[in-house]
Design a protein around this ligand. Structure first.
Ligand code: KG4
Ligand code: ZN
Length: 336
């Protein structure tokens, strides 16, 4: 059978990214132009700056992706693009670029949900992974426990009621003076800390055992810091980082295991920026091993935002017949 080449574009937040993916699982190129250094000046992503930077970079990033893959637009079977959820101005840049190429070269257009992309990142390095499986998606904007019943078929079992897991990492990092983005900095600081030193609460949500809540543990950290200041007790950032990281990852692991057992699913994947956290990974791996569950995770470069994952998702959508027209628009709160 003929190979299917997807040109994928991702611009939902602060990475301008393009990739060429073959048959959904083989990455021929994966170009990411990160704006993190720019946004660090402001302690977080500034939407207007993100959009402007995407416009400056998008054509160059797409050309690099084609060049690195040694292909031209004439070889491309479909263009996959993230159209939501995300920052509307940022999303629009990728969507407009994808539509322009699709129109000019008469290449089919396939809009992709950003979370579907994160989940599909697992297909790239795990050639044997096929639905059904369970996926914990943990990023800066999302915390979803998803049952992937088939390619393109998702059932959300649980989600966060307030902050996303990555958002909590970012806010706590700011509070203990580590800067943005917080996740990797908390992980690094925590290596020198004692995870048992401060018992931060592990929030439970009453009516749905798979839902999450992270604003409580975030507030507990802020209260702890204020309490120390008032009582003139020395703050040990490493201990706070390690204890906070444990509180968050313990809950993520417990809920995922509960769902795997209840729904009798023997495959579990993780995805999104927080999935590159090694404490989460190793804890989840051990919990899965104990229960005979196969554990999957993408390498760090495929956990944080990238276009290869969008190419993987677009391939399965394309094969299922999904096509979008010139009216494809950015949908900031797109539902999975
Ligand atoms: O998936 P992603 O790149 O963007 C979104 O779609 O949100 O995720 C970014 C988030 C940030 O909140 C960042 O702090 C977090 O992922 N993150 C981490 C780690 N690396 C990135 N959180 C915990 N530990 C890490 N090693
Ligand atoms: Zn993301």
């Amino acid at each position: 059978e003929k190979d299917v080449l997807i040109l994928a574009i991702e611009s939902s937040c602060d990475e301008t990214a393009a990739a060429v993916v073959k048959n959904g699982r083989e990455v021929l190129s994966n170009v990411i132009s990160s704006q993190i250094a720019l946004h660090t000046l402001y302690g977080g992503v500034v939407p207007e700056i993100a959009s402007r930077k995407h416009i400056e970079k998008i054509n160059q990033v797409i050309q690099e992706a084609l060049d690195e893959a040694h292909v031209s637009l004439d070889d491309i079977d479909a263009i996959g693009v993230t159209y939501g959820p995300g920052l509307v101005g940022a999303l629009l840049v990728g969507v407009a670029a994808a539509k322009a190429i699709s129109y000019a070269k008469k290449i089919p257009l396939v809009g992709v949900h950003h979370i579907e992309g994160h989940i599909s990142a697992n297909y790239i390095e795990n050639k044997d992974l096929e639905p059904p499986f369970l996926c914990l998606v943990v990023s800066g904007g999302h915390t979803h426990l998803v049952k992937v019943s088939d390619y393109g078929k998702y059932e959300i079992l649980g989600r966060t009621r307030d902050d996303a897991a990555g958002e909590a990492f970012d806010k706590v990092a700011r509070a203990i003076g580590l800067g943005y983005p917080g996740g990797p900095k908390i992980e690094k600081a925590a290596r020198d800390g004692d995870p048992m030193s401060i018992p931060f609460p592990k929030a439970r949500v009453n009516d749905n055992p798979y839902d999450f809540s992270f604003s409580g543990v975030k507030s507990a950290v802020l209260n702890y810091i204020n309490g120390c200041k008032m009582k003139n007790i020395e703050i040990v950032p490493a201990d706070i980082a390690a204890s906070f990281q444990k509180a968050v990852t313990d809950v993520l692991i417990a809920h995922a295991m509960h769902a795997a057992e209840t729904f009798e699913i023997d495959k579990l994947a993780i995805a999104g920026g927080v999935a590159s956290n090694s404490v989460l990974r190793e804890g989840m791996r051990a919990a899965c091993e104990k229960r005979g569950i196969s554990f999957y995770h993408p390498s760090p470069i495929l956990c944080t935002d990238n276009a290869a994952m969008i190419g993987a998702a677009a391939y399965y959508e394309y094969m299922a017949g999904t096509r979008h027209g010139w009216d494809l628009n950015a949908v900031p709160n797109l539902k999975l």
